[in-house]
Design a protein around this ligand. Sequence first.
Ligand SMILES: [Zn+2]
Length: 289
Amino acid sequence: MEPAFFGHEFSGKVVSVGKGVEDFKIGDRIAAGLAHACGHCEPCQRGFPNYCLVSANQYNPGGFAQYSLANCAQGFRPIIKIPDAIDDVRATLFEPLSCAMRIATRVAVARGSRVLVLGLGMMGMLAALLLKKSTPDVCIIGADTSADRIAQGRDLGLDECVQLEPGKLPATPIMAPSFDLVIDATGIAAVFRLAVDLAGLGGTVILGGVPAGVVDFAPLPIFRKELTVVGAKGPFPYLAADGGSQALDLLLSAEIPWEKLVTVFPFRLAAEAFQGAARSGPLKSVLVR
Ligand SMILES: [Zn+2]
């Protein structure tokens, strides 16, 4: 396994550009994405860099260092110039927002749907807020084991938030197995079973986290309820064909209370930021040099 370097979803200033780079110049403020893509393989050429055959699942963090390398490939640039209207902190949301947009647009959600979001970390919370914005009369229930995340979900306007005990489902009618859509944004493989159980007849389950681990699982409910199971492997789209970015357009808008999603720490308090992340406290901790 390659060593990992801390610090992804970062923003900064260009101090040097490589050969052939024309779109960026020294002094530009940029936000860098996380995933690599080669830009040349068949999926990349078709416009699906998230399926890249060459560098899929390779990542490019290192944002905590004073200097970091952000790779560009022809046909795929995981970097954006930050518009003046966006500060460096909000710009760090560009990459997670791109992932959450993938989750929220992976299936058509009908007006008035009941949606359950399992896991109110940044992915789950952003996907919930995006669906709230895009789907009239949608009812979104958020569930998490963290009391902080439940409070944040309520503050951000989810219709209901339910605190779960690990491995235990509360006996509340809200959690009846009747959801049109269940989004598993936990990244815990065992939660997939819960997502399948709570989906209603003809419902959909989206796997939006990176599911770590193995789950002992009986697929019968998928057959009986005729469920649709969908993966959402962001981040895509980073950039539209015209060079614009839907995620960036959204970041420029005031439709989502961006300032409530991030907690800023000076670099000297990095340990405190890590402790907060470890106990699922702040949704996203941003270290500022
Ligand atoms: Zn590729």
